[in-house]
Design a protein. Structure first.
Lengths: 337, 346
């Protein structure tokens, strides 16, 4: 599995260099044919038996922070890149820029807060990163406006075959595509590692334009809120209950026949799967299915608790189910009539 | 050396009421500089360095830290918890923790993703009762590993920031345990006359309890209390004490004026930088307990400036600890050569 290494790399949207370099290195080792396009997407090609043009897609980028200002005492102000709940930022360790300067996200001590301040969560503009400097000049020696900051969070295996890491959305998807590319399947597909999904599905749009897929398969780490006091229908997905097939979200109505056929493939191959019940959110499918004259799309996801925070959680069993299902869907679709 | 001590001791837990579990680490560091060791019955650690006269000086810094306690084991392998000591619940969101059960259990405290919450919801801080530790086990498996009443702490590897700034959990008040260690090292170099009691008090965070019992047990002539204070951050007044500018000397109704003046005088004489803070009444530190122990103990209070108190990223300047430790050793030495009775009389 590549996931351990992938989740410890920084790749905030627009700054996916570390992830891209890692994947390029792995593809070269595998002897897989690939190129990097003008936006920074990696487009790899697994040649094999071909019935239709299949594009697998997983985004390399993750949500994070970008430095917006440095104050006179050296504290760093920031903005969120991608959707981040302001409540997950308090008291976290981040690494800033190429040199990975460590910093902590601080805020006013609870003892000093007024009753009113305690009654609302701190908005992002009240938080700051502290790298241990005491003047603006000192900070500017190592950090500048525009630098990206990523969460620092170790990959940990725990509980029953569970993983905690940052950026499981969507290094989980990246690891699945890498795994499939390493298997030398006799089934043709493009494995695309896209950029800037979290800021509006940018990379997938241009990748799909280049590849004109008949079928787009989007691999994702998707929302899962199967937690205490959350109603079943609001949980969206359940951890440990297998690969997730999307039906509809804010960006896409998935082609129902393709989804049902993927479900049948799962059943025929004893692969556990579930449907994604929430219609919120969106993924690269949202632009892939609208490219040129349109494409059929299916999203196969890994349920991830606490995504868009530093401590997302996934089950290795679910990742395995998503991998197996994706592989079978490719094979079945390339069998020919 | 101080950094090594701090990183070591802050990688171990001393949750209030559970300070006995990792005591060996503390003993390992203090034994080379002290002559005898005892405990009070609440679990405060008292390391004595013997002198040649009858004067007893108590240094007090609390060893305990805030933590979590398991209150129920839920379906899906989640744990609900209450806090031991005052937590800002906001600082617990999206942290990973260790539950000290039958074995050390890894867990995370996560919340619903922003895809499934409303903007209104995100503006509200989460309450402790709305947070859960996710252990990744089933309820049945978890019941074999964790009991109600087990404690947990946030995982945080101590971190070096730029220069001499470091960040970790529980620098409140282990930073001051490090100050005591520095003072102990300095005092070992000189033949001081007073008996010095380096006291790592228990249960400060839950109400200054170990300070009460340990000061009763020691019955010192004077008390020097060491705790952390609020270091300046962007949301504080411009004249707040800052990291790296020395320990903060407190002045106020619960402190002995003449003794405090003596300390300041000595710091000035030997060029130890200090900052100053007026604390009219309640200090919120062990001073409040030590001062009224037995028939009364004259106290001074020194604070180490710290940012983000009661979070897992408490941040300090290690230089402040060295300055405070050295200044204290010098202070004790000078007291030995002064008429203490004269200083303490009214």
């Amino acid at each position: 599995m590549f996931l351990n290494e992938l989740t410890e790399l920084s790749g905030v949207s627009g700054c996916e260099y570390e992830v891209r370099n890692y994947i390029k290195g792995k593809l070269s080792e595998m002897g897989c044919e690939f190129y990097v396009d003008k936006l920074g997407n990696i487009i790899a090609h697994n040649k094999g038996k071909k019935n239709k043009n299949i594009m697998l897609s997983a985004h390399m980028d993750e949500v994070g922070l970008i430095v917006s200002n440095i104050d006179s005492d050296g504290f760093i102000k920031f903005k969120a890149v991608g959707g981040i709940d302001q409540r997950v930022l308090n008291s976290k360790v981040v690494v800033i820029g190429e040199n990975k300067i460590p910093g902590v996200i601080g805020s006013k001590a609870v003892h000093l807060m007024s009753e009113e301040e305690r009654g609302s969560s701190l908005p992002i503009d009240k938080l700051y990163i502290d790298i241990g400097t005491s003047t603006k000049e000192e900070t500017e020696k190592v950090v500048n406006i525009g630098d990206y900051a990523a969460f620092k969070s170790d990959y940990v295996e725990f509980g029953n075959n569970m993983i905690k890491a940052k950026a499981l959305d969507n290094r989980a998807g990246c690891s699945i595509i890498l795994e499939l590319l390493s298997q030398n399947l006799d089934a043709d597909f493009y494995g695309v590692f896209t950029v800037m999904e979290e800021v509006g599905l940018r990379g997938a749009e241009t990748a799909a334009y280049q590849l004109e897929p008949d079928l787009g398969i989007v691999l994702e780490g998707t929302v899962c809120a199967d937690m205490p006091e959350v109603d079943e229908h609001e949980s969206s997905t359940f951890i440990g209950k297998g690969a997730v097939l999307s039906l509809m979200d804010n960006a896409t109505i998935y082609d129902i026949e393709t989804v049902r056929s993927a479900a049948k493939i799962a059943e025929d191959n004893n692969i556990t799967y579930q449907y994604r019940r929430s219609t919120s959110g969106g993924n690269d499918a949202g632009v892939i299915h609208k490219t040129k004259r349109g494409a059929k799309v299916v999203a196969i996801s890994v349920p991830c608790r606490y995504i868009h925070s530093s401590i997302s959680v996934a089950s290795k069993n679910d990742i395995d189910s998503a991998l197996k299902l994706t592989k079978q869907v490719i094979i079945e679709n390339q069998k020919g009539e | 050396m101080l950094k090594e001590f701090l990183f070591d001791i802050c990688s171990n837990h001393f949750v209030s009421g559970f300070e006995h579990i990792n005591g060996d680490i503390l003993k390992k560091y203090f034994k080379p500089y002290t002559d005898s060791f005892e405990m009070d019955r609440l679990g405060s650690y008292i390391f004595k360095r013997a002198g040649s006269n009858d004067t007893k000086i108590m240094l007090a810094a609390h060893i305990d830290e805030i933590g979590l306690m398991v209150t129920s084991i839920l379906e899906g392998g989640f744990l609900s918890f209450s806090t031991v000591g005052g937590f800002n619940s906001s600082s617990l969101v999206a942290q990973d923790v260790t539950v000290y059960g039958k074995e050390n259990i890894f867990g995370v405290i996560g919340i619903k993703p922003p895809h499934l919450t409303s903007e209104e919801e995100r503006k509200k801080p989460l309450k402790i009762k709305e947070l859960y530790i996710d252990t990744g086990y089933t309820k049945e498996e978890l019941e074999k590993l964790v009991k109600i009443g087990d404690i947990a702490t946030v995982n945080r590897k101590p971190l070096s920031l730029q220069g001499s700034i470091i960040s970790a959990k529980a620098f409140d008040d282990r930073a001051c345990i490090a100050v005591m260690l520095e003072a102990a090292k300095e005092l070992k170099k000189i033949s001081h006359k007073s008996n010095v009691y380096f006291t790592a008090t228990a249960q400060e965070e839950t109400g200054l309890r170990g300070a009460k019992t340990s000061s009763y047990k020691i019955a010192p002539d004077i008390g020097i209390v060491l705790d952390v204070g609020f270091g300046k951050t962007p949301d504080m007044p411009a004249d707040s004490p800052q990291l790296g500018k020395g320990p903060i000397v407190a002045y106020g109704g619960r402190l002995n004026t003449k003794l405090t003046k003596k300390f300041v005088e000595i710091c000035k004489k030997y060029n130890y930088p200090m900052q100053h803070e007026a604390v009219p009444a309640r200090t919120g530190t062990d001073t409040d307990a030590v001062q009224v122990s037995r028939d009364g103990i004259p106290c001074i209070l020194l604070s180490i400036p710290l940012r983000y108190m009661h979070t897992s990223v408490e941040t300090i300047d290690i230089n402040d600890l060295e300055i405070a430790g050295k200044a204290l050793a010098r202070f004790i030495n000078e007291l030995d050569n002064s008429d203490l009775e004269e200083i303490l009389c009214f």
